[in-house]
Ligand binder design. Structure first.
Ligand SMILES: [Zn+2]
Length: 336
């Protein structure tokens, strides 16, 4: 079996994927037309062109325009169904999905209603054979204290076992991770795990804050930890996994060229890693492409790629018994 076939056949786990970020231009176009929501462009072709990113700011504006297109529970179910189709196509068996109720409170049908629609659909998928999913509820950093308070209260009142962690998303620049420490403390007290975006558009100090101030068990991105030996040591000592998304980093100009991407350096520093898409259609990627790029363009061995894939189960936040049974399934179905 050649390497690309191996990658295609692997049963896969993905930990860093935003549910709203799985909405393709085609899906968004259909939703906007159905719900009579004006978009900043007149054709599907122009909308697809908007998905080409120059900056995080432009990315955020499109993201918010997208949130405005959700008008009914059925729209959320439609998003989840489309996500499930991409999982089936790529053999994704376990996914941790970031979801941001605050944005749906602000721009759509209400955060709680949106969350209920999403969990209902995800539960039914799991009952029908998968993919198995768990949710990370993100505070959007740009929403500041208001978003922190809203999200934490929602989590404190929530009892759905599908929801496993609090996260921190949105922009990094101008939003120190430590400013959200109080919300993360409350979420921990309510029984949730903590994860956070850090070390993508800001440097290693943000990774340090995510670990020490937010007690993050995993870091989304974390790639700029390579800027500090001290922070690399911190990640290694605490056995913190970084959920890396190579194409996302390139699209958002964290690194100009793939040769500059520090995936191999992080691997050499013995930091546990997973490979991810972040927001696949927004970055014109999918999980197979991420593995292929790591293999073909970054020279990561198939053995290391397979271990990164299994890290998705080792460092995933679902119940231990579930992760262990998925681990068995993965090993049984590992491509020879
Ligand atoms: Zn992300």
């Amino acid at each position: 079996m050649n390497a690309l076939e191996f990658i295609r056949k692997m049963p896969k786990a993905e930990l860093h994927l935003h549910l709203e970020g799985t909405v393709s231009p085609q899906t968004l176009w259909k939703m906007a037309r159905k719900n009579h929501v004006p978009l900043p462009v007149g054709t599907l072709k122009e909308l697809s062109a908007l998905y080409e990113f120059e900056s995080f700011d432009k990315f955020l504006k499109l993201w918010q325009a997208m949130c405005r297109c959700f008008k009914t529970e059925a729209d959320y179910a439609f998003m989840v169904e489309n996500f499930a189709k991409t999982c089936a196509r790529q053999n994704i068996r376990y996914a941790e999905l970031h979801f941001t109720p605050f944005n749906h409170e602000k721009f759509a049908i209400g955060g709680k209603r949106a969350l209920n629609a999403v969990t209902k659909k995800l539960e039914s998928l799991e009952k029908r054979g998968g993919p198995v999913t768990r949710l990370i509820i993100d505070i959007p950093a740009e929403g500041g204290k208001k978003a922190g308070e809203y999200t934490t209260r929602l989590l404190e009142a929530e009892k759905n076992p599908l929801i496993v962690a609090i996260g921190l998303g949105g922009p990094e620049a101008g939003f120190p991770r430590k400013d959200f420490a109080e919300y993360f403390r409350r979420a921990r007290e309510a029984g949730y795990f903590c994860v956070a975006h850090a070390g993508e558009t800001e440097g290693a100090h943000h990774v340090q804050e995510a670990v020490l101030d937010l007690k993050a068990r995993r870091i989304q991105h974390g790639v700029r930890a390579v800027e500090s030996k001290k922070v690399l040591d911190l990640l290694k000592t605490h056995n913190i996994c970084c959920d890396v998304a190579v194409t996302s980093n390139l699209c958002l100009k964290v690194f100009k060229k793939i040769e500059q991407h520090p995936l191999k350096r992080l691997l050499k520093a013995q930091i546990p890693l997973t490979l991810n898409t972040d927001d696949p259609p927004f970055f014109n990627t999918d999980i197979e492409r991420e593995y292929e790029r790591a293999y073909l363009e970054l020279g990561i061995t198939l053995k290391d790629l397979w271990e990164m894939n299994l890290n998705g189960l080792r460092f995933g936040l679902a119940e231990t018994a579930l992760r262990r049974s998925l681990m068995e399934e993965f090993k049984e179905n590992a491509p020879a």
